[in-house]
Design a protein around this ligand. Structure first.
Ligand code: ZN
Length: 249
């Protein structure tokens, strides 16, 4: 059964390592050096690289990893130069007898992808900069409603689904979440018991602490209206207001 562990990189990135006995995948290699170190320590051969989106802190290590592992196959969207196998919505491919399903989770960037790996009936989602624990990515597309739709889609998955975001932003996200919902006991408990790494997280937990997945709650709706100073007609409008609030905070 594959194991999934974080390789810390840069200041707050996680490069997720998926490893079987002798072979490995890395997701969003921000930097080659820490990946090479871990692969050597664990005596693993790098077979695949999965890229969620084109930002430098997700792709900067690809070229050097390709030099060390000339047969590595890089998966990602069409707008990334070093990708070998171009993927989009509904794409799928195989690693070590596992089928990986690809969702286009647009919003942070237009071509952002997420990778869904089923291990023994539990879904593991590499979601890049779409969902963070207690937060979500910035909408660089200027279309926060796209990001809302991507998060809503995640919210349809089973509650034991594990999410593997690319950044350790949980602490600052929790402080924002507390501003939105000062009375939410799950958020306070998460602050009190925070440990690093705080990831992966589960959908169940995010439904309890993540304001961006709680747009259907009265408390969140009211806080977003107080921030925006206007009536918010639906969950999407609440989400857009929350994203704006977080951008300013
Ligand atoms: Zn990004």
């Amino acid at each position: 059964m594959p194991s999934i562990t974080p390789i810390p990189a840069l200041t707050d990135n996680y490069i997720w390592l998926v490893a079987s006995k002798y072979n490995a995948v890395v997701v969003d290699p921000a930097d080659a050096a820490p990946v090479l170190r871990v692969l050597q320590e664990k005596n693993l051969h790098l077979q695949q690289i999965w890229i969620t989106h084109e930002h430098q802190d997700h792709i900067a290590g690809i070229a050097e990893l390709k030099q060390h592992f000339p047969d590595v196959v890089v998966y990602g969207a069409s707008n990334i130069e070093l990708v070998d196998k171009v993927l989009g919505e509904g794409g799928h491919f195989i690693w070590q007898n596992n089928v990986i399903e690809v969702w286009k989770t647009t919003g942070h960037t237009e071509h952002h992808l997420s990778y869904l790996l089923n291990i023994s009936g539990c879904l593991n989602v590499f979601c890049g900069d779409t969902l963070f624990s207690a937060g979500c990515g910035r909408a660089f597309t200027q279309r926060p409603e796209w990001l809302f739709a991507s998060l809503q889609r995640f919210n349809t998955l089973p509650e034991n689904t594990l999410f593997y975001p690319a950044h350790e932003y949980t602490e600052s996200n929790l402080h924002f979440a507390k501003k939105v919902e000062p009375q939410n006991e799950f958020i306070q408990a998460a602050i009190n018991t925070l440990s690093i790494p705080s990831l992966p997280t589960t959908l169940l937990r995010e439904r309890q602490i993540n304001p961006f997945l709680r747009t259907n709650k009265f408390s969140v709706h009211q806080a977003a209206e107080n921030f925006s100073g206007s009536t918010l007609v639906d969950e999407e409008a609440v989400f857009v207001a929350l994203r704006e609030w977080k951008n300013q905070g």
